[in-house]
Design a protein around this ligand. Structure first.
Ligand code: ZN
Length: 160
């Protein structure tokens, strides 16, 4: 049995960066996703297309097939006094900010000095080459509702 578009696939995975440091992993039970609908990064989805249930794969995904390149334009310097006084400034501190058009989005503190803070709105994994170790545990055909919604329903799914 091999994986193709419209299958609900369960995988165990470990994600590491280029230095072998673990970034993420399926915890306890496999992660399920609807294959072929862009629910996982394109580089991994493409690598698993046609793969057999039970097989294991080492997949290296370049940033442009992962979470995108790191865009320096998305790093903004703001006056420190614009941020809440109680905020503990550390590299990697995450906060939500509101754009002039009212949208909220997450940023991370990447640098600061006495008067300024540099906030990075890139995805935390932007610019990183992703090293996945994946084992395909199972696969089933998606229900018509799942196909219509473009994601998995039920236990292990993402419906909210
Ligand atoms: Zn749904």
């Amino acid at each position: 049995m091999t994986i193709s578009k419209g299958d609900v696939v369960a995988i165990d995975y470990v994600l590491r960066d280029g230095k072998g440091v673990q970034i993420d992993a399926s915890a306890g039970e496999p992660m399920t996703y609807l294959h072929g609908y862009g629910n996982i990064v394109p580089g991994l989805e493409g690598a698993l297309d046609g793969a057999a249930v039970g097989s294991s794969h080492e997949v290296v995904v370049a940033p442009h097939d992962g979470y995108g390149e790191h865009d320096p334009e998305q790093v903004k310097q703001v006056p420190r006094k614009m941020l809440p006084k109680e905020l503990e400034l550390k590299h990697g501190t995450e906060l939500m900010v509101r754009s002039p058009d009212g949208n909220s989005f997450g940023v991370r503190v990447v640098n600061y000095d006495r008067e300024h803070v540099w906030l990075d709105a890139n995805h935390p994994l932007a610019g990183i080459t992703l090293h996945f170790s994946v084992t395909i545990r199972s696969s089933r055909a998606a229900s018509p509702e799942e196909l219509a919604h473009g994601h998995v329903h039920g236990p292990g799914g993402h419906h909210g």
